[in-house]
Design a protein around this ligand. Structure first.
Ligand SMILES: Nc1ncnc2c1ncn2[C@@H]1O[C@H](COP(=O)(O)OP(=O)(O)OP(=O)(O)O)[C@@H](O)[C@H]1O
Length: 272
């Protein structure tokens, strides 16, 4: 069996941010690779450093030590090869729904004609349930619709990499599940390499090929778990007994890290 190439490499990465009390270490010696076409989820306690990990890959934050490599080259800044979707709506309030989706396409290195652009726009507006709102501005959309617009904007550019930070966290359960299925469809059709941050163990197992569990801050790798389900992923995988076992196992690990975080916080309070 041929081994697919490594596209993303975190190589002994540490990050420290300056604070009033001196440098705060957020990531500590993190190393892992993501291969072509892999879907890797990152899961761990709140505030442990997951977004910082993604921000380095997106090119917004530089490591204090170690390096983040994209196809073997250190990340030097943001680029159109990486579609980034944040927790908070990444839409331009001064552009309509259609203009928001078209925006990235106009910038995109892969030149598309105006007719192709219009076609891609229509397709994503339809898929995201936004077709009737093409000429609306974001302020007239619900929070969930704005988030779907942000997702549509990222997908429309067809980036090689999708970097998603809790993209579905603010959506209602039904929309969240529809968005997960749509993401799997987009991946099947276009074959991307994905890094997803999520607080949902269920979501991580349903979507990923591997799950990286990170520790309480400073985030280190606690363990990396191979998800034993292939693609296209059957929707009823949720009912597989292995799914329940894996969910219980990962929940236990994450709970342990939350407990470690609470202990650390108590120690800091006592030493204040
Ligand atoms: N640019 C920055 N300057 C200073 N501190 C920062 C910066 N970015 C993040 N931090 C701090 O680093 C820590 C980790 O933040 P990060 O957003 O990476 O965590 P997270 O695991 O993604 O959290 P959550 O799950 O709650 O989104 C937090 O304490 C945060 O306040």
């Amino acid at each position: 069996m041929s081994v697919l190439p490594v596209r993303i490499a975190f190589d002994r990465v540490s990050v420290e941010f300056p604070t009033d009390k001196g440098p705060m270490r957020v990531l500590d010696d993190v190393s892992f690779d993501i291969r072509e076409g892999e879907f890797v989820s990152i899961i761990g306690p709140s505030g442990c450093g997951k977004t910082t990990l993604m921000n380095m890959l997106a090119g917004f934050v530089k490591p204090t030590s170690g390096q983040v490599l994209l196809d073997g080259k250190p990340v030097s800044g943001p680029g159109p090869d990486r579609g980034v979707i944040f927790q908070e709506y990444g839409v331009f309030p001064w552009l309509t729904v259609r203009q928001n989706i078209e925006f990235g396409l106009k910038l995109s290195a892969s030149k598309v004609t105006a007719a192709e652009r219009a076609g891609i726009c229509e397709r994503y507006m339809r898929l995201m349930g936004l077709a009737d709102f093409a000429n609306h501005f974001p302020k007239h959309l619900s929070g969930g619709m704005r988030q779907r617009l942000a997702i549509a904007r990222a997908y429309a550019v067809r980036p090689q990499f999708l970097l998603m930070d809790e993209p579905f966290g603010a959506l209602d359960a039904q929309t969240r599940s529809a968005m997960q299925d749509l993401l799997l469809e987009v991946l099947m059709a276009e074959g991307k390499t994905v890094m997803l941050i999520t607080h949902s163990v269920e979501e991580a197992i349903y979507l990923s090929s591997r799950i990286v569990v990170v520790t309480a801050r400073p985030a280190r790798i606690r363990t990396i778990i191979d998800v034993p389900f292939g693609y296209p992923r059957a929707e009823n995988v949720h009912e597989d007994p292995h799914f329940a076992e894996l969910r219980a196992h990962i929940r236990e690990l994450v709970m342990q890290e939350y407990a470690a975080q609470a202990r650390q916080a108590a120690t800091v309070r006592m030493s204040d």
